[in-house]
Design a protein around this ligand. Structure first.
Ligand code: NDP
Length: 297
C-alpha cells in the first residue's frame, strides 16, 4: 500500500485565493484594507526570512502590511509601547510579534500586551482559554492548518482516535483541543509517554510535532491512518556539505502503511502563513463589525 500524499502547498494556494477574494470584499465594504502588523526584534536569520515572507504574502492577498523591525537591544518597555500603539491603531487588525525574542524581553509579558482580538497568532492566554472552552477567538496557525488538511481529507473526524505527539503551547496543546472539539478521542503523547509506538498504533489520525528527525517509524502506524507531520528538521544530505529538510515521521516507511500523509517540505509548512492571513482577515471582519460569509475560509 502506498499512501496518498496530502498536498499542503496546493491547499494553501487555494486558501490564499479565497482569502484574496474576501479581502477585496472587506475593502469594498469597509473602505480600508485589512491590516496585519509584524514586529521583529533583532536579526535572527530564520525570523527575518519568516517576516519577509509574511509581509509579501499579506500584500499578495490585497491586505496592508505594517512591518516594524527593531534592533536586538530594544528595551522591553519600548517593545511593549509599540504593541500598545498597534493595539490602538484602527488600521491594524492583527498583530504578530515574531518569536523568539531576545533574552532580555519576557515573551509571555509581551504576548499578554497584545489585544486578544488582534492576537492572530493565538498565543495570548485569553485565546488559549477561548479555545479550551469553545468560544470564538484565534487559534495558533500551524495546528489550525493541520485541522483544515485533516477535514479536507477525512470530512467528519467524529469518533476517530487521534494521537498528537508533542504538547507545546503553539502546536501540540491547541492541536489536541481542536481535535477534541471535532469529537475525536484524543491522546497527547510527549517525552515521558511510555510505549509510544504502541500508543501511536491505535490512532486513526497521527499528528507529529516533536522536532526529532524521522522519529515516527512506519511500523508505528495503523494501516490506513492519516499522518500529519509538523516537524521541520534540517539534517545532513547524502551530498557532503549539503543539508535537507525532513519531518518527524519516516516518510518512506510510513507511506507504506498510512492511508494519507503530509510530506516535508510541502505539507504543513505552507499552511502556516496562509492561516495567518486567514486569522488576520477574520480579525478585520470582526473588528469592523462586518459578518464574514459563512464557511468561506
Ligand atoms: P517543542 O520543542 O516546543 O515541543 C516538542 C514536543 O515534543 C514536547 O512536548 C516534547 O515533550 C515532545 N517530545 C520531545 N521528544 C520526544 C520523544 N522522544 N517522544 C515523544 N515526545 C517527544 O516544539 P514545537 O511544538 O514548537 O515544534 C515541534 C516541531 O514542529 C519542530 O520540528 C518545529 O520545527 C515544527 N514546527 C513547524 C511549524 C510549521 O509551520 N510547519 C510551526 C511550528 C513548529 P516534553 O513536553 O515532554 O518535553
Amino acid at each position: 500500500m502506498t499512501a496518498d500524499v496530502i498536498d499542503g502547498k496546493l491547499f494553501a494556494e487555494g486558501l490564499r485565493g479565497r482569502i484574496a477574494t474576501l479581502a477585496a470584499e472587506f475593502t469594498a465594504q469597509s473602505g480600508r484594507k485589512a491590516g496585519l502588523a509584524v514586529v521583529l526584534v533583532g536579526e535572527d536569520p530564520a525570523s527575518q526570512v519568516y517576516v519577509r515572507s509574511k509581509g509579501k504574502a499579506t500584500l499578495a492577498a490585497g491586505m496592508a502590511s505594517f512591518e516594524h523591525r527593531l534592533p536586538a537591544d530594544t528595551p522591553e518597555a519600548e517593545l511593549i509601547a509599540l504593541v500598545e500603539a498597534l493595539n490602538a491603531d484602527p488600521a491594524v487588525d492583527g498583530i504578530l510579534v515574531q518569536l523568539p525574542l531576545p533574552a532580555h524581553c519576557d515573551e509571555q509579558k509581551v504576548i499578554a500586551t497584545i489585544n486578544p482580538d488582534k492576537d492572530v497568532d493565538g498565543f495570548h492566554v485569553t485565546n488559549a482559554g477561548r479555545l479550551a472552552v469553545g468560544q470564538p477567538g484565534f487559534v495558533p496557525c500551524t495546528p489550525l492548518g493541520c485541522l483544515m488538511l485533516l477535514k479536507d481529507r477525512l470530512g467528519s473526524l467524529s469518533g476517530l482516535d487521534a494521537v498528537v505527539i508533542g504538547r507545546s503551547n503553539i502546536v501540540g496543546k491547541p492541536m489536541a483541543q481542536l481535535l477534541l472539539a471535532e469529537s475525536c478521542t484524543v491522546t497527547v503523547a510527549h517525552s515521558r509517554t511510555r510505549n509510544l509506538p504502541e500508543v501511536v498504533r491505535r490512532a486513526d489520525i497521527v499528528v507529529a510535532a516533536v522536532g526529532r528527525p524521522e522519529m515516527v517509524k512506519g511500523d508505528w502506524i495503523k494501516p490506513g491512518a492519516t499522518v500529519i507531520d509538523v516537524g521541520i528538521n534540517r539534517v545532513a544530505a547524502a551530498e557532503p556539505g549539503k543539508t535537507r529538510l525532513v519531518g518527524d515521521v519516516d516518510f518512506a516507511g510510513a507511506s507504506e502503511v498510512a492511508g494519507a500523509i503530509t510530506p516535508v517540505p510541502g505539507g504543513v509548512g505552507p499552511m502556516t502563513i496562509a492561516v495567518l492571513l486567514r486569522n488576520a482577515l477574520v480579525a478585520a471582519f470582526r473588528n469592523a463589525g462586518i459578518t464574514l460569509p459563512e464557511g468561506t475560509i
